[in-house]
Write a protein that binds this ligand. Structure first.
Ligand SMILES: [Zn+2]
Length: 414
């Protein structure tokens, strides 16, 4: 019993960490990634290497190092590939201020990477209080991460024999981290993460809760992902209350004769007839709840509008796609004259995150089933790729009733 007590005394609780993580005092630095979009597979403390193999050429060390770690990031779910995105936490247990730790991420798959061009990793300090503005939030700091090298990993390896029998050539991204404070907790990532449950939810909620958007924005679910997360779509157009939601559209679409009949009927009306019918609708106090009537009213009210479909994050590691999408949505909802003109002429359907599960699990490309969703558009599966299936349904439904001028799927390769 006493021995057990002694053993526990060797461990100390790490402050500022939400779960009760305990780290043995003997450990130099602790690495962790069991949080949304995190994906570190393992960290190995290694002897300090005297030179780095850089494209086969020895590179002499410029700076004295105190510690060195080899890091390996996890493959995408159900695959043996796609190691590119990384996001993890490092808790410095022993290193003192000013000491240098070399970190080598050794199993990167792509040689096309901004790290190969010298881009430093993004960093974020867990304790934000008291930091100068330049060190708050996600940022790059050449005084903290430096000496970046990108080179071919010195041995071929097979990290996952379960999926592949072949050894592969990997790339290493190696850099020095200079310790800022003892016991600090720092997050490192390829780019500032954009998660589903925090960033996207915050963005969607901020739009949903704005009263001034109530006439131009609707947010509805279109399906669930493999993990059961709800995939939401934003519909942006003037007088959005005249719209029907995805499932009401689907209801009519599944009875394809009804949809065609209603659309054809309204198309064949003269403009004065359409106007007369629309006025009748505006004056009638009660809205019909019969699906076909509802669909008829929706087509009549929106017959002049064309469609735009915007999607992003089919590839979870392509973070900048989300920021581009936020900018587009902000513009479309704005008071800008062009934005208003667009809303009058178009119904804009926005699916901001196609591969939610991939984002949550820290994947670069695939969903939970190991599928690259950008390769299933021609034949999406209701069971294995439900979001692409739903978006394709949407596009098919919409193109029967109005012209789709733009289908923009945002990617960001970097
Ligand atoms: Zn992509």
């Amino acid at each position: 019993m006493a021995a057990l007590k002694d053993k526990y005394q060797q461990f100390k609780k790490v402050s500022n960490f939400k779960s009760k993580l305990i780290i043995p005092t003997s450990i130099t630095a602790f690495f962790y990634s069991r949080f949304e979009s995190g994906n570190l597979l393992r960290a190995v403390k290694v002897g300090i290497k005297q030179d780095l193999s850089f494209s086969g050429m020895p590179v002499q060390r410029q700076v004295p190092i105190s510690y060195e770690y080899d890091l390996y990031i996890g493959n995408d779910t159900e695959t043996a590939t796609h190691t590119h995105w990384y996001y993890f936490q490092m808790i410095n247990n022993k290193p003192k201020q000013g000491q240098k730790i070399r970190l080598n991420i050794r199993n990167l798959m792509r040689n096309k990477s901004l790290h190969a061009e010298g881009m430093l990793p993004k960093i974020y300090y867990e304790k934000q209080e008291g930091l100068p503005p330049s060190k708050r939030g996600w940022h790059i700091d050449p005084a903290v991460t430096s000496e970046l090298k990108f080179f071919v990993t010195d041995q071929k390896v097979n990290f996952d024999a379960q999926f592949s029998s072949k050894e592969r050539q990997y790339y290493t991204m190696s850099f020095i981290y200079t310790v800022q404070q003892p016991y600090e907790t720092i997050y490192m990532a390829y780019d500032r993460p954009y998660t589903f449950s925090k960033d996207l939810k915050k963005f969607m909620d901020s739009k949903r809760n704005e009263k001034r958007y109530s006439k131009i924005l609707q947010i509805n679910a279109i399906c669930k992902t493999l993990s059961g997360a709800e995939c939401k779509m934003m519909t942006i157009t003037e007088n959005v209350h005249n719209n029907i939601d995805y499932f009401e559209l689907l209801n009519t679409f599944q009875k394809s004769n009804d949809q065609a009949k209603i659309c054809e009927g309204i198309k064949s009306m003269s403009s004065s007839e359409k106007e007369r019918e629309q006025k009748k609708l505006q004056n009638s106090k009660e809205k019909s709840t019969r699906p076909d009537d509802k669909y008829h009213d929706y087509i009549l009210r929106n017959h002049a509008k064309k469609a735009i479909i915007i999607t992003s994050r089919v590839h979870p590691g392509e973070i900048p796609a989300s920021f581009a999408l936020e900018g587009m949505v902000d513009f479309l909802l704005s008071e800008n004259k062009e934005a208003k003109a667009l809303r009058e002429k178009y119904i804009v359907y926005v699916v901001p995150m196609i591969n939610i599960d991939g984002v949550v699990h820290g994947n670069q490309r695939t969903n939970l089933a190991g599928l690259d969703l950008n390769r299933v558009w021609s034949n999406p599966s209701y069971l294995m790729s439900p979001v692409v299936y739903a978006i394709k349904n949407l596009a098919n439904m919409v193109k029967r009733e109005r012209k789709i001028d733009v289908f923009c799927d945002i990617h960001a390769h970097f």
